[in-house]
Design a protein around this ligand. Sequence first.
Ligand code: ADP
Ligand code: MG
Length: 310
Amino acid sequence: MLSFRNVTVRYGAFTALESLNLDLRRGELMTLLGPSGCGKSTTLKVAGGFIAPDEGRVLLDGKDITYLAPELRPTATVFQNHALFPHMLAGDNVGYGLRVRGVGREERRHEAEKVLERVGLSGCFDARVQDLSGGQQQRVALARALVLNPAVLLLDEPLSSLDARLRVRMRREIRELQRAVDITMLYVTHDQEEALSISDRVSVLNGGHLSQTGAPEEIYFSPADDFIGDFIGDAFPVTLKGRRRLIRPDQVVPAPDGTFEGRLTGREFLGATVEWRIEWKGQSLRAVLPSRDERTPPLVGGTVRFDIRP
Ligand code: ADP
Ligand code: MG
């Protein structure tokens, strides 16, 4: 539905995106995941029309929208800092885009109230934005984008200003909303857990290059390279039978009669799980096991046996 074709963006001599190719399907939630500075916001700005690429094309339903102004394309953006008007009412913030489009006062109010209800803020039309909590302000920002009825909603790290617990709640709400409204979303985050938990597909960006696109399970279980393996869900290389392999800590399974014997060099209790650091044949391994499975905590410095799951 939304396609990037060989999109390159340069800032002066610096290439922020190099020949990016990406296709969003109708109705899917795709996340763009990568570390700070890898080009996520740049990609979103190209999709929203805030930056014209130096090379390449952006297509929406096959139509070239590369140079179409933001307000003329069927996209809406929720920015990282949510960019609300703090002195204005929540409802007027939501209705702002409609006002720009020449929609009358009565209809604006009606539409804004409808969308505020959708995002769990019914009755908040007359609240001043500055009196709302961080989470509520984020909901207003969502409502302001949704009210425009966009074909594609673009979200740039929309939860980054919220505390951890609220982030988890809001990401579920966004996912539920996306399903209920049946809207296509391109969602930017640097948080791998957020990406894995809410996406239909994840695209991993690394230094302006797209490394891998796939379902969360695919990215997690079959990372295309070491960068992705390490960035998503924690992996480390181990040489096994002369072959270098990428291993995740949940593949290292302590067992009294395990095939391998190593030395426990560290142990961290994390609540639901325990992490063991194991030295084996001059290599450093890590194991993560449910803490209730660890009957007697082993002595750091002693030997432990374990298997490595394929
Ligand atoms: P991300 O959102 O993944 O953190 P950005 O897309 O914002 O990354 O930026 C990608 C790279 O381009 C970064 O190295 C950033 O410093 C650089 N960059 C972004 N915007 C500009 C700009 N307006 N001028 C120069 N460099 C920029
Ligand atoms: Mg960014």
